[in-house]
Design a binder for this molecule. Structure first.
Ligand code: PEP
Length: 248
């Protein structure tokens, strides 16, 4: 039985004072949450989040990482640096990084490997654009994105990873994939992994991301292959995020 995982992606939001209010609200409301919960925060706030969340059931992490271990890479942050702040998760391959910063499938696979090498769990994002969905190539796109990681790290690496299916057209748009649309892609992802390793497939946590809110979380999280959520906008409000966590 897979345990649901709800992770917040704060993106480039927050301040010391806003984070304090959000974290206090989350900590106060965790008693009746059964799902695993994580928050992925901007780098400068890792120390704050570590100090506020250690000893709690909320895990924290980052939203990006360098594929390089160390060296002359101005502005980059290595996986071992994130590990120094006891990060549990690191998001790799978010569509905003693919689209805005030109991250390729190969680079995402390198980042995935760097996160695992440092002993953390990648939250590996895959998903199609609206044009790709309309062209009928959703499965081909998701398969290509997954194949890059499987080719580099092997299917067994997915036993130490989370996959987040995030249709790009649903991220930050308020347009959510229907539970049936999301379930179909989640089932495709699991079947693809099952063809290589049935045990890894059964244990694989596959989150849905894309305008998940309190009013649609129960139905989405009720689908057989949807094992949690990667939450953007709604993760910035403690009550909304907790409501999604309670649906898990
Ligand atoms: C995300 O950023 O991963 C995301 C799913 O955002 P939102 O929930 O705002 O669509």
């Amino acid at each position: 039985m897979r345990r649901k995982l709800v992770a917040g992606n704060w993106k480039m939001h927050g301040s010391l004072s806003e984070n304090e209010a959000l974290l206090s609200g989350l900590l106060a409301g965790m008693a009746d949450v059964k799902a695993g919960v994580a928050v992925c925060v901007p780098f400068p706030y890792l120390a704050q989040v570590q100090s506020r969340l250690q000893g709690s059931s909320i895990v924290w992490g980052a939203q990006n990482v360098s594929q390089e271990a160390k060296g002359a890479f101005t502005g980059e942050v290595s996986a071992s640096m994130l590990k120094d702040f006891s990060c549990g998760y690191v998001i790799v391959g978010h569509s905003e990084r693919r689209a805005i910063y030109g991250e390729t499938d190969a680079l995402v696979a390198d980042k995935f490997a760097a996160v695992q090498a440092a002993g953390m769990t990648p939250i590996f994002c895959v998903g199609e654009t609206l044009a790709e969905r309309e062209a009928g190539v959703t499965e081909a796109v998701v398969a290509r994105q997954m194949d890059a990681v499987i080719a580099k790290c092997g299917v067994a690496s997915l036993a130490r990873a989370v996959v987040a299916y995030e249709p790009v057209w649903a991220i930050g748009t308020g347009v959510t994939a229907s539970p049936a649309q999301a379930q179909a892609v989640h089932a495709f992802i699991r079947a693809k992994v099952r063809a290589l390793d049935a045990t890894v497939a059964e244990g694989l946590v596959i989150q849905y991301g894309g305008s998940m809110k309190p009013n649609n979380a129960v139905e989405l999280l009720g689908q057989p292959d949807i094992d949690g959520g990667l939450i953007g906008g709604a993760a910035l409000n403690a009550e909304d995020f907790l409501a999604i966590c309670r649906a898990g």
